[in-house]
Design a protein around this ligand. Structure first.
Ligand code: FUC
Length: 814
């Protein structure tokens, strides 16, 4: 029996700054160059992939190993996935739907799961995997053990640099992925003209991951491996389907076909071109092997493309694109390539800075800091973590490209964990949690476009499989925007993936208040809402409208299945979706009759419930105590607390107390992303010490690889983004119509500053604090805007001036 229910009817999102409804009108932040801390560095080359450093221009990227005897660039292109356009919709689903629902009503969950497994799943049952372009291996003749080796990734210039000294003078190798010129540039310099190497391409291949499909908490440390300075990897025999040929006297062209997917034929071709500009001798053999001799400087230009044009069109000409890009880049000087690359990167990266204080650890190489993070205080590592996440988002999610997938852009093999797809029951959403707060709203555009495409494929899934209007997406999607339920009912039979993405995009709009985004978003919100208007069912106990069939993502209830009706997360997500559709529709003055139906349905969604142990119920029934995995990584029913604001410390203290009970039972440390989510939740509740303690576990060597990549393990990028969202949430929050300063500041960060951060309501802010108290604040936003500011328990309304600015200083308390 539930101890009580609490209505959320009064909780329609309150806009911050009631006056400002349109436009950004943002003055730019004063800060141009981020602090010196924006750098990862190492004293040795990467022995493993998780020590290599990522570069990327949003579409084309590489992992740079920084090795001395053989440099390895492992390459990815964001549209090189397995398969081809396909339609996974299963027409048998509609007939099975009433029966599956009836079994759920009767509590025959296992039978419901079995029937849904037989008739309601996608065909094929799996989606397509993200791929890889293989590696470029530069093997140096006469390489020797270096002196003075250093390797770094400068986040502000997006450049990976290796320097070392050999018997024959100093070497410098610099790599960047230019968004301006759509090429990866590798510049090699040897003081005394000793550059002598062969270049080989190793085709896409399977990789042995240490622990694929890992889902529990990490137990082993992910420490660095011992390095062999002159290590070589074998390119192996050339794959029959990958063709390598000379392309002019100084170039090589590699062409190939993608992998076939499960029951879906391969449909993409790709091209990878390399052009060498050098003062030494360059030779290209008939087989397309390239060698350079006796050079002092070499500039390698690398371009890649696939025939992907859109999720339904694979008719592009990658070879023509690659040749055109190489031609254009070769016509520019290295200095011009570098300048234009930096300008394009800085246009997004600059304008934000975060300082949380420095300890002695800040001077150490990055891998040593991570290794010590659980024992030594290193606030600057948390600041670096945020800057690294910003860097990763810019490199893997640029406007016009694909969104960041489970590994962003970087993936070593053709068999990545979970296909390196878009898992939309938490992971893809988490990738975008910090984006707006850290000034990277522009990088959300690929997500918006993906959801626009999903609303097309998802309309077919809704119509054929559910007999419903609107559109639906389940727990995963891929390059082809597949939207039917995959993997099996315990994972796939969850109809709220599209709705959660819509809510994520709503938050993006709410930060910036860009009318153009609202206009694109509204049809998506409307369509997603129509699906639920048509598919929500009456709870047989009269509690209102609920989803059925569904699951509380990936967690089993006590009756041998995950399949159920009306789990808390669905109720919270649909409630938000309806609220956002209502607000968007009203702002745009559209669809009044439909909005009235959405509003009526919203009021009939059962509220959150508190169970017999004082926990927030994960399901409509009080099942939590008997569920088989009390520490399950997903905390789906806490969606309402974070990222949503339905449950919050100001308006629903009883639900917050219940959320705490739930979280304590779930435990603080889980796998990467799940640990990050827990940190966000404690931060949102104003529990800075608790959030900080969890962060320490996230940033330490059990969950972070030496290259600062989040471990699932293996690598999964969501934790990098979720952890950064938690850090931002500890410093500034904006929900419920208020801007909260330092709401969860831990003792470990007594002094610091944040510049160029964003908050909901079209606001940007610079904030400095000392002794744990705010010392100065500058707000920018729409002219004349009223902002409700909360500094601990003190709430005041301040007004931005006619230039959209407000500044305040606090007297020193010392
Ligand atoms: C969900 C999670 C797993 C993993 C996968 C990509 O299925 O439960 O932990 O993150 O997505």
């Amino acid at each position: 029996m539930s101890k009580g229910t609490i209505s959320r009817r009064s909780l329609i999102a309150a806009p911050i700054g009631v006056a400002a409804l349109s436009g950004h009108g943002l003055a730019q932040s004063a800060v141009k160059t981020p602090g010196l801390g924006a750098r990862l560095w190492y004293r040795r080359p990467a022995a493993t992939w998780n020590e290599a450093l990522p570069i990327g221009n949003g579409r084309f990227g590489a992992m740079v190993f920084g090795r001395v005897g053989q440099e390895r660039l492992q390459l990815n292109e964001s549209t090189l996935w397995a398969g081809s356009p396909y339609d996974p919709v299963n027409p048998e689903a509609l007939a099975a739907l009433p029966q599956v629902r009836a079994l759920i009503v009767q509590g025959r969950f296992k039978e419901a799961e079995k029937l849904a497994g037989e008739h309601m799943m996608a065909k094929p049952l799996w989606q397509m995997s993200y791929g890889t372009l293989g590696d470029l291996l530069l093997t140096f003749r006469n390489a020797e053990t270096p002196a003075d080796y250093a390797r770094d990734l400068d986040l502000a210039t997006a450049t990976a640099l290796v320097t070392f000294a050999g018997k024959h003078g100093r070497h410098r190798r610099e790599a960047f992925a230019s968004a301006a010129d759509q090429v990866i540039v590798l510049r090699l310099e040897a003081e005394r003209g000793e550059l002598d190497f062969t270049l080989e391409h190793r085709g896409p291949r399977q990789v042995d991951y240490p622990s694929p499909a890992y889902t529990g908490p990490a137990t082993e440390t992910l420490a660095v491996k011992t390095v062999d300075w002159l290590a070589h990897e074998d390119a192996g025999p050339r794959r029959a389907d990958v063709r390598q040929a000379p392309d002019g006297p100084h170039g090589v062209l590699i062409t190939g076909r993608n992998e076939a997917g499960p029951d879906v034929p391969a449909g993409l071709t790709y091209a990878l071109g390399v052009r060498v500009l050098s003062d030494g001798g360059v030779e290209v053999s008939e087989a397309g092997d390239l060698s350079v001799r006796g050079a002092k400087t070499v500039t390698l230009l690398v371009a890649a493309a696939t025939s992907h044009v859109s999720y339904k069109d694979v008719g592009g000409d990658p070879t023509a694109l690659v040749r055109a890009r190489l031609e254009a880049a070769a016509a520019k000087s290295f200095a011009a390539l570098k300048r234009d690359h930096e300008t394009a990167h800085r246009a997004l990266f600059d304008g934000f800075d975060l300082e949380l204080g420095r300890t002695a650890s800040a001077a150490l190489p990055t891998d040593e800091r991570i290794a010590a993070a659980e024992t030594a205080d290193d606030p600057a590592l948390a600041a670096l973590y945020v800057q690294f996440a910003r860097y990763l988002l810019i490199a893997s999610s640029r406007p016009g490209g694909q969104p960041a997938n489970l590994q962003g852009l970087w993936n070593e093999g053709v068999n990545p964990p979970w296909g390196s797809k878009y898992t939309i029951n938490i992971n893809t959403e988490m990738n975008y949690w910090p984006a707006d707060a850290v000034g990277l709203g522009a990088c959300v555009e690929p997500l918006l476009r993906m959801v626009e495409e999903l609303s097309v494929t998802g309309a077919r899934t809704a119509r054929v499989m559910y007999g419903a209007r609107g559109w639906v997406a389940h727990h995963n999607t891929d390059l082809w925007r597949a939207s039917a339920p995959i993997d099996g009912p315990p994972w796939g039979l969850w109809p709220c993936g599209g709705a959660w993405l819509c809510n994520t995009l709503w938050t993006h709009w709410d930060y910036d208040r860009d009318p153009a985004v609202l206009a694109r978003l509204y049809p998506l919100l409307r369509g997603a809402s129509e699906f639920f208007l048509d598919t929500l069912v009456e709870d047989p106990q009269g509690r209102g409208l609920i989803t059925s069939p569904s699951v509380s993502p990936e967690n089993q209830h006590p009756f041998g299945s995950s399949v159920c009706a009306g789990p808390a997360m669905d109720r919270q997500i649909v409630c938000d979706l309806f609220a956002h559709a209502l607000e968007a529709g009203r702002r745009l003055g559209q669809d009044a009759p439909l909005l009235a139906r959405i509003e009526a349905a919203r009021l009939r969604i059962p509220a959150d419930r508190i169970g017999r142990s004082g926990q927030l119920q994960e399901w409509l029934e009080d099942w939590d105590d008997a569920a088989p995995e009390p520490q399950h990584r997903h905390v789906s029913h806490l969606y309402g607390l974070y990222p949503s604001e339905q449950i919050n410390v100001r308006d629903t203290p009883a639900l917050v107390a219940a959320a705490k009970t739930t979280l304590k039972k779930r435990g603080d440390l889980s796998t990467g992303w799940a640990t990050a989510w827990r940190a966000c939740l404690w931060a949102r509740m104003g529990e800075g010490e608790h959030a900080h303690q969890i962060l320490t576990g996230l940033l330490g060597p059990h969950r972070t690889y030496p290259n600062l990549f989040d471990a699932h393990p293996p690598f999964q990028i969501d934790g990098n983004f979720g952890g950064s969202a938690a850090i931002m949430e500890m410093l500034v929050q904006s929900w419920g119509g208020e801007l909260r300063l330092l709401p969860a500041l831990p003792k470990a960060w007594p002094a610091g500053q944040l510049r160029g951060a964003r908050a909901r309501g079209g606001l940007s802010l610079d904030l400095a604090w000392r002794d744990g108290q705010p010392r100065s604040l500058v707000l920018r936003g729409p002219a004349g805007e009223a902002v409700r500011l909360r500094d601990r328990d003190e709430v005041s309304t301040v007004r931005l001036d006619h230039l959209g600015r407000y500044a305040r200083r606090w007297p020193s308390t010392a």
